[in-house]
Structure formats: C-alpha cells, structure tokens
Design a protein around this ligand. Structure first.
Ligand SMILES: Cc1cc2nc3c(=O)[nH]c(=O)nc-3n(C[C@H](O)[C@H](O)[C@H](O)COP(=O)(O)OP(=O)(O)OC[C@H]3O[C@@H](n4cnc5c(N)ncnc54)[C@H](O)[C@@H]3O)c2cc1C
Length: 437
C-alpha cells in the first residue's frame, strides 16, 4: 500500500501552498492528492483574478483573512517578479451608489490602515472627482484602493507546484478521495473507482468545493453542510474596454452576502468582463445548466436542518430567485452594473466568461459562515469555507495552517528541517500571521 507522512487533499491554490510550506520546513514524504489531471482546475482558476487589498475586511471579525491578504500581497508581488508572471496593479474603485453609503467608505478607509495598508494606498473621493477621473462612472463617491492587482492565479499555482516538487512534494493526479478511515497512528485513504489505497500519518483537507464532503467522508464536521453558488461572467467587447480603466466594485447591498453584486473587472490580459453573480447550484463544480432534479439529493443530504433553516429565510429565497434570473437574463446582470456604469449596453456583452463556483458552509442556525472553518479530526485536519479573498491570502494562510498543525503536535510525525527559500522567507510570514509555534 502507498504511504505518505502528510497527504494534502486538493491541488488548488491552498493545497499547493500548504504542500510547498510543509516541504520547505520539514523532511518527510508529502503528497498532494488531486482528482483532476492538473492543479488549479477549479476555483483557483475560475475567479475574478484580483489580489484584493484588505480595506473591506473587518479587522477583528475577519482578522485571519485580513491579515493573510495583507501579508500575501507582498508575497505574490515578489513571486510575480521572480517568476516573470503577470502583475497589473490597476486599482479598484468601490463605489457608493448613494449618500447613505458614505459612512461605509469612511469605515473602509479606517480598516485599510488598521489592516496594515499604507495611508497613500487608499483615497476617498466624492462623485464629482470619480467622474473627473472615470467619466463614465456614476456614483455618490468611492474609495479608491490603488494597489488592487490583476493576476492569473492558475499561473501562480502552477509555478508554486513546480517549487513544491523541487522540494520533494509528489502530486498524484486522478486521485478522487472518497473515504478516509482513521486507525491508531494514521489514516487510510480510499479513492473513487478503486485503485490502491494510501496510508498517511496526517491528512490535510484543502478540497475547496468538496471540502465538506471530504470532512464528512472522514467522519468529522458532521454539523456542517454547504450550498454552492455559481458565479457567472460576461466578456465585454474589447472596443468599449475604455469605458473604465480600473476595477469597479459597489458597496454591497447585503453586507452578509457581499458576493451578490457583480463588478466591472479588468483582466490581467487587459480585457474587461462583468460578474460574478451567485446562482445557487446543487453541485460543487457545476459550471453549466441548472440540474433542477439534483436539488432533491442535495437537500436530503445530512444535516438537513441547516438547509431547512436557510431556505425558510424569505430574504435568502428572494435573493436566490433574483440570482437565477440573472443567470437566464443578460439584461438582469447588466442592470446591476449599469447602476454605476450606465454607458455599458447589452450589445457590449459579447460572450459568457469562465464561471466559477463558490461553496459556502451553512451553520447549524442556517447562517452562511463568513470565515474559513478549521475542523480537526483523528490524524486529519479540514479547512472548510475557504472563500474569497482566498486566492489572495493563500500563501500566508497556508503558512498559518502549517504553524497551527505544528502547535497542535500534528507534525510530530515529520522532522523539522527548514530549507533556505529563494523567494519567500518563512519567519516574517509566520510572525505576521501571529501563530508561530
Ligand atoms: C466566482 C469567484 C470569484 C473569485 N474571485 C476571487 C478573487 O478575485 N480574488 C481572490 O482572492 N479570491 C477569489 N475567489 C476565491 C478564490 O478563488 C478561492 O478562495 C480559492 O481559489 C480557493 O482555493 P482552494 O485551493 O481552496 O480551492 P480549489 O481551487 O477549488 O481547489 C480544490 C481542489 O481540490 C480538488 N478536490 C476536490 N475534491 C477532491 C477529492 N475528493 N479528492 C481529490 N481532490 C479533490 C479539486 O479538484 C480542486 O482542484 C473567487 C471565488 C469565486 C467562486
């Protein structure tokens, strides 16, 4: 039977970052189990591609993500230079659609500094000044985050995979983890379609959209369930790309569901798109169609009560119906962007972009979880609800996880052996994340 000291499930940006840091800090047999044929096949390439600066993240309620985003910004910037990967610091306007949103802009301005951004990185502007700089944008005002950056997260993940391999990590593709059985001292991992099982002394679940399923297959996190939202994009005709030169986000209409408001996005290749919306879908990586019948299976999947509580929330149901409409109707999606970019017309949206799926944990009380959730199991550790700005924060969050595992004694099965790193220094990252063992 194959064996490993640590098996990371999921070759997305998080699992790849975790494997990289593990091998950079320890000696042992590290493997990444990925069901696809390459890394970053799912959310880690199907996203908006923005390195988010943390001005919009509550410094206390979203402390870990805010810190991970702040620390990772410097890491990614350096990595892009070192590896010759694209890095387009285009900036983002987060626009206030009416005067009542001004207070939020001031709050964001304070959070930016509290989260470690430099004073010159953000600027609060009134509507007239925004219009002077971006003549097609209509709003009451905006906060400009000048260092928000467009990147290609798939290229980052692929480069990181190569670095992890150079440190000895093995990526095993076509390995769809189906069942995890704990024994005394290790776990046995079984795969869909049979094949040789694998024994690992520690399993780290970074399975993204399927992380809840992998946790359940390990017998842990049984109090959680999830719901999936497909974020769809429309590609803008390149001839009207100059309608706006920077990303345009709007102050969220629903502060608990900030992912509901589509943006005007500058892609790293210079193209423009609008999106994403958030269409409820029954499966994790379902990029097309509505598959209405699959909902029955999804709704009956235990635990049922979390979903029942969410689905009896009339606000959630109404919002979900509006999102469904925005999937079917281009005009509906467009209308949301026209609120701040009225010059954008339906004929400017020329084709659908690459959709991605966000998997959101539903807590027992029916609320959608906001932060990532870490669930320890016997010889396993599970990261659930690792959502936006998860790609931004991946390298720092992964370092934090490695520290976390070390402080729990989960890494006692491998030998500490820090290797000098060319691009990233471990110590400052670990220190900044504040959990050094
Ligand atoms: C529409 C959208 C836009 C976003 N935009 C941004 C953005 O602009 N900036 C930002 O910072 N974040 C953004 N995010 C969030 C970010 O993309 C995610 O937080 C991040 O990519 C998650 O990475 P991951 O490695 O956890 O998940 P994934 O990339 O989904 O990786 C998980 C991997 O696990 C594998 N896997 C799953 N189940 C199994 C199994 N049973 N066995 C083996 N392998 C398995 C999958 O194949 C996959 O490769 C966005 C997300 C969405 C949905």
């Amino acid at each position: 039977m194959e064996s490993a000291d640590v098996a990371v499930v999921g070759g997305g940006i998080l699992g790849t970052s975790v494997a990289y840091w593990l091998a950079a800090r320890y000696s042992g047999r590290f493997v990444v189990l990925e069901k696809e044929r390459q890394v970053a096949e799912h959310t880690s390439r199907r996203n908006t591609g923005v390195v988010h600066r943390p001005f919009y993240l509550h410094p206390k309620k979203r402390r870990v993500f805010a810190r991970a985003a702040q620390v990772s910004y410097g890491l990614w910037k350096r990595y892009a230079v070192e590896k010759g990967l694209p890095w387009a610091e285009v900036g983002t306007y987060e626009v206030a659609l009416d005067d009542s949103h001004f207070e939020i802009l001031d709050t964001y301005s304070a959070w930016a500094l509290e989260n470690g951004m430099a004073p010159g990185e953000v600027e609060v502007l009134d509507g007239r000044e925004v219009r002077r700089r971006e003549p097609n944008v209509r709003c009451a005002g905006a906060i400009l985050s000048k260092t928000d950056t467009c990147v290609d997260y798939r290229a980052f993940t692929q480069a990181l995979k190569a670095d992890a391999e150079a440190l000895g990590v093995q990526f095993l593709f076509g390995k769809n983890v189906q069942e995890v059985n704990a024994y005394t001292g290790d776990v046995e991992v079984l795969f869909t379609g049979g094949g040789e099982p694998l024994r690992a002394r520690l399993l780290v679940n970074c399975a993204g959209g399927d992380a809840v399923d992998v946790a359940h297959a390990s017998g842990v996190g049984l109090e959680y369930t999830d719901i999936h939202f497909r974020g769809e994009y429309w590609v803008v005709d390149p001839r009207v790309k100059d309608l706006a030169s920077r990303n345009l986000y709007s102050v969220p209409r629903h502060k608990d569901m900030p992912f509901l408001d589509p943006h005007w996005i500058v892609r790293v290749n210079g193209g423009r798109e609008i999106g994403p919306n958030a269409v409820p879908v029954p499966r994790s990586y379902q990029y097309e169609g509505l598959r209405v019948l699959d909902w029955f299976g999804k709704l009956l999947e235990p635990p049922v009560e979390n979903k029942v509580r969410l689905l009896t929330n009339p606000e959630f149901v109404n919002l979900s119906l509006a999102e469904l409409l925005s999937s079917i109707s281009k005009g509906e999606m467009l209308g949301r962007v026209q609120r701040f970019l009225p010059a954008l017309k339906e004929e400017h949206l020329v084709s659908r972009g690459i959709a991605g799926v966000r998997s959101q944990v539903i807590e027992r009380n029916g609320a959608l979880a906001r932060e990532a959730i870490e669930v320890p199991g016997p010889y396993s550790y599970h990261v659930l609800n690792y959502n936006s700005p998860g790609a931004t924060g991946a390298p720092a969050y992964a370092a934090y996880l490695v520290d976390r595992l070390a402080s729990r004694g989960d890494l006692d099965c491998v030998r500490k052996n820090p290797k000098p790193q060319k691009v990233w220094d471990w110590e400052p990252v670990s220190k900044a994340m504040g959990l050094a063992a």
